[in-house]
Ligand binder design. Structure first.
Ligand code: ZN
Ligand code: ZN
Length: 173
């Protein structure tokens, strides 16, 4: 079963509890739209810069609040990379993240076919996986090309059985 089937659809955002009224719903919607408009995994500050064009009065604190709510509701994922500020991802399909160690870009790697986590990972006994966050590191296509074809190690291993890429892979359950 696809993990994304357990998550609310983007349409849910429109009907999330509007505890503080319409204004809050509008702000949340704008934050969500900014994430959907460009799948480049922006930080909260970057989201703030984008939303400001549409809602000039919005504050950074409000953007943080909106992001928190969206993450809580399961319509947005937080993406962590080392000690850098968290990034946000509104792609609800099962996917892994590819971090370019040169330019810092974060790319979604769609899953070729659904799989059981236990078919790829050695899971501790008794755990139940709610979400998978797999991370690959290496050079993105353009960085790899500009470095004279020094290609990062195989990156297609997620379904094939070996998720190691660029020397590091991690999964959180
Ligand atoms: Zn993503
Ligand atoms: Zn790159």
């Amino acid at each position: 079963m696809s993990l994304s089937q357990q998550l609310p659809s983007p349409a849910t955002v429109a009907v999330l509890p509007a505890r503080k009224g319409r204004r809050q719903t509008e702000q949340r919607r704008a934050v969500f739209d900014a994430l959907m408009a460009k799948a480049d995994h922006p930080t909260a500050v970057e989201v703030f810069m984008r939303v400001k064009g549409r809602l000039p009065s919005i504050s950074l604190a409000t953007v943080y609040n909106c992001l928190d709510t969206l993450v809580e509701c399961g319509v947005v994922r937080m993406v962590h990379r080392d000690r850098e500020p968290s990034r946000f991802c509104a792609n609800l399909q099962d996917h892994a993240h590819f971090f370019c160690t040169n330019c810092g870009s974060v790319t979604d790697l769609p899953l070729r076919k659904p799989f059981e986590a236990s078919s790829l990972w050695d899971l501790p006994e008794g755990v139940s996986v709610l979400q998978q966050d797999t991370t690959f590191r290496g050079l993105c296509g353009s960085c790899s090309a500009s470095k004279g074809g020094v290609v990062a190690p195989e990156t297609g291993g997620m379904v094939g059985g070996d998720a190691e890429a660029g020397g590091a892979a991690s999964a959180a359950v």
